[in-house]
Design a protein around this ligand. Sequence first.
Ligand code: FAD
Length: 294
Amino acid sequence: MNISELYKFKKTVYSFEVFPPKKAGSVETVYNTLYGLRNMPVDYISVTYGAGGSEQQRQKTCEIASLIKKEYGIEPISHLTCVGSTKEDIKEILSELKKAGIQNILALRGDMPAEGPTVMAFPHASDLAAFIRDTDPFFNVAGACYPECHVDAANLEEDIENLKKKVDAGVTHLTTQLFFDNEIFYTFREKVEKAGITVPISAGIMPIVKKSQVERTVAMCGASIPPKFARLISKYSESPEALNAAGLSYCVDQITDLVANDVRGVHLYTMNNVDIAKHVTEATESLFKSVNKL
Ligand code: FAD
């Protein structure tokens, strides 16, 4: 199924993200995760892709996406990065994905390696999106966006101009980098609309449930921590159980506010943790049912 169709008949779409384990031979851990997620009311599940990944890694993404579709009947999106790939590499991956029946691709550039990429066949995700569109109309292409500006862009205005190029290249919906401050997302949404970008945007939300996660997440994606959230982290940082409860509650509040403010989608970064996904899903299911009139 082409996922862009979902946004046509649902007011707010709900999705998960999972990742293939980094260690070779531990792919069963994600299979256990998917087994745990299988009956949750989710519209699609996306599977990440290691930028500049080995043959083995890329097969894992395709294998997991295929399992989501065939075993659990849930529509998958396979992430695909292009940094360091040739056109032939991408053609080969597209053919593997098509063979596995995977129609939806999140087209990404991927992070630049410190020493710079060896191959620059696709300088930006927009080049990959256009290439997929022109290679085979079977595929539906999605893209990423950054409410707090991508780290390589001079400013948000420039980043949004570049985002428009990605949408013009055929991207049918966008998923945001994770954020903790909904006001930042609402301002971004307004600016994006003013720039003439009309495709649906799903909000990427990550529940923070451990102290170690806070610094790692902020360093990785530069998300700002609003004072309300900072207070929770500092208050409960020495009590794992309390921090887990406070983090989940903050995440549910964030989603509640987003749905009330007509967000087109909520994309939950599950971190392959079934208990967290279950808690957040059960706490918010009625909101999605209500706005989608199910
Ligand atoms: P781009 O859209 O190419 O943007 C990168 C920079 O180039 C930006 O500064 C942008 O303003 C600029 N730019 C974009 N297009 C143009 C243009 N046409 N002309 C000039 N400048 C331009 N990484 C992984 O390795 N694997 C994953 O599975 C993965 N999944 C992700 C999922 C989501 C939802 C998000 C938000 C990120 C994900 N990432 C993943 C991280 C992502 O690969 C990095 O953030 C990467 O640095 C940028 O990728 P992009 O596709 O957003 O790049």
